[in-house]
Design a protein around this ligand. Structure first.
Ligand code: ACM
Length: 512
């Protein structure tokens, strides 16, 4: 195997992928049978893979392109290549071929919610490997919420001493669901985060951290009640849904979150930093006379403008540090700073509005790419929530709303699947929810718009053999295995019509 020094990391990674199953040494030599190189003329993340009877050449537009060419090489080998120890009786051959490939979108992401259920570091690293195998390049890491704060912040240790643990968790999605009586918790130390970010970077994945504000903060309020409107002691929330406990609107809460973000900036080199902004109940603000008095002084006319006001205060801080704010589409309900990037989750209304107003967009419409949603109409789906999203439904995802002009469409950076984990309390359940639907999302983000589902479905059957070799417990097309079911635990299914009507009400405030 050979590569210029600048590709030493990719070469080492490929050696590590090829050696275990084949049992072959793949030494680095001057002129290898597998040769890696770059040619800036090819374009960022693009590659050319040439397999001849003499060997394999992979040329990328940059190191990321070479990496994706290597991933393509693994896909051309027998699926057993993904096993971690020598496999006997396999002929390790690759068909003679030429592949010229490049991604359609620069943001090919997955959002992982580790707040509702903590995912141990080991499983985050495994998830990054699975993302990379699917040529996804952005992990939107949802680190804080009402039910848990998962990131060590040195200046405010109670965020994880108190905020990373909850007494119990609601079982299922029914409004009157009981608690399970079992404590849940966990957090990542700053050393863990540095390791995860570096591991991701070696796989050309950017980790975009998200610190929620000014709603979805009850875990922070449990640690520091003075941040809340009521200042009352709270526990880390044990229910699912949206807590009504939100941040006070004051310079001290803004300062607190700016200080948190300063540590976040040290840990995460990402250009984008997530600040939340979604689903912020305004009842406590309305009920508080002091907040009513402060509004005019802040130049605002109603409490509805407060979430985007808060996000703008963080934006000033992040922009000054050379970063860009990444927030959910509710922030379009107020004024935004130029350079803000909007995650459109309530369907595509936010994508259309943001692109027309000149903001960059990451599309993640709930009715296509929310991978916590049930996978079929079958009552055997575990804790079935929202609408059914089959592999075919998800494959139809296109991040670019058809109503945009070509100039507006350039604001669409790409898209991502969102993996919320209220009802995914283990890596096994995440596997079941995510695969193979994430394979469909990955292809929708990489490939051209003229894709054919039947063709994908046929290729997916081969790909499932790769997932088997990788040890991924994906959902089989005939439904959940007995151990993947949750008999007796109610979900909260919707029809498409109910969901569409609900989303239409939610986005009514967005100005196009
Ligand atoms: C969201 O699903 N609340 C972004």
């Amino acid at each position: 195997m050979s590569a210029p020094a600048a590709l030493g990391g990719v070469l080492a990674w490929l050696q590590q992928m090829l050696r275990p199953a084949t049992g072959l040494p793949f030494p680095a030599v001057a002129h290898g049978t597998i040769a890696l190189g770059t040619d800036a003329g090819i374009g960022s993340e693009a590659f050319q893979l040439d397999v001849t009877v003499d060997g394999v050449t992979i040329v990328g537009g940059d190191a990321a392109g070479v990496f994706y060419g290597c991933q393509a090489l693994l896909q051309l080998l027998p699926p057993a290549i993904y096993r971690r120890a020598a496999v006997a009786g396999v002929s390790w051959t690759v068909p003679v071929c030429r592949v010229d490939d490049a991604p359609r979108f620069a943001w090919r992401g997955a959002m992982l919610d580790v707040a509702r259920h903590f995912l141990p570091k080991h499983d985050v690293l495994r998830f990054l490997d699975l993302m990379a195998a699917h040529r996804l390049n952005t992990l939107h890491w949802h680190l804080t919420d009402d039910q848990g704060w998962r990131l060590e912040i040195k200046r405010y240790p109670r965020l994880t001493e108190i905020g990373a643990w909850r007494r119990e968790s609601q079982v299922g999605a029914a409004r009157d669901a009981p608690g399970d009586g079992r404590p849940h918790g966990g957090f990542y130390t700053q050393d863990d985060v540095r390791e995860i970010v570096a591991y991701a970077a070696e796989r050309f994945i950017t980790v975009v951290p998200e610190i929620e504000s000014p709603g979805h903060v009850q875990a922070a309020l449990a640690a520091y009640p003075e941040l809340g409107v009521t200042r009352q002691p709270q526990e880390v929330w044990t229910r699912w849904g949206i807590s009504s406990n939100v941040l006070d609107i004051s310079s001290s809460t803004v300062d607190f979150f700016r200080n948190v973000l300063d540590e976040v900036l040290e840990l995460f080199p990402s250009r984008w930093i997530g600040v939340g902004g979604d689903e912020c109940p305004q009842d406590q603000w309305r009920a508080d006379p002091l907040i009513g008095e402060r509004l005019a002084g802040l130049g605002l006319t109603s409490v509805e403008e407060l979430p985007s006001w808060f996000v703008r205060r963080l934006d000033d801080h992040l922009t000054a540090a050379g970063r860009r704010v990444f927030g959910w589409d509710e922030i379009l309900e107020g004024d935004l700073a130029p350079g803000t990037t909007v995650a459109s989750w309530r369907g595509m209304a936010g994508a259309v509005a943001a692109a027309r107003r000149g903001y960059d967009v990451v599309a993640c419409p709930d009715d296509l790419v929310y991978l916590d949603y049930r996978q079929s109409e079958s009552p055997e789906e575990p804790i079935p929530v929202a609408i059914p999203l089959t592999v075919r439904d998800v494959y139809a995802f296109d991040p670019v709303p058809p109503s945009l002009t070509a100039a507006e469409a350039r604001h669409v950076l790409g898209g991502q699947a969102n993996i919320w984990t209220e009802h995914a309390d283990s890596p096994r359940t995440i596997d079941y929810l995510v695969f193979p639907r994430l394979c469909a999302v990955a292809e929708a983000l990489w490939s051209t718009a003229d894709r054919d589902f039947d063709n994908f479905w046929n290729r997916l059957q081969t790909h499932l053999a790769r997932l088997d070799a990788l040890g991924v417990e994906y959902r089989r097309s005939d439904g959940p295995q007995p151990w993947q079911r949750r008999p007796g635990v109610p979900g909260r299914p919707d029809t498409r019509e109910q969901r569409a009507a609900h989303i239409a009400r939610l986005v009514a405030n967005i100005q196009v």
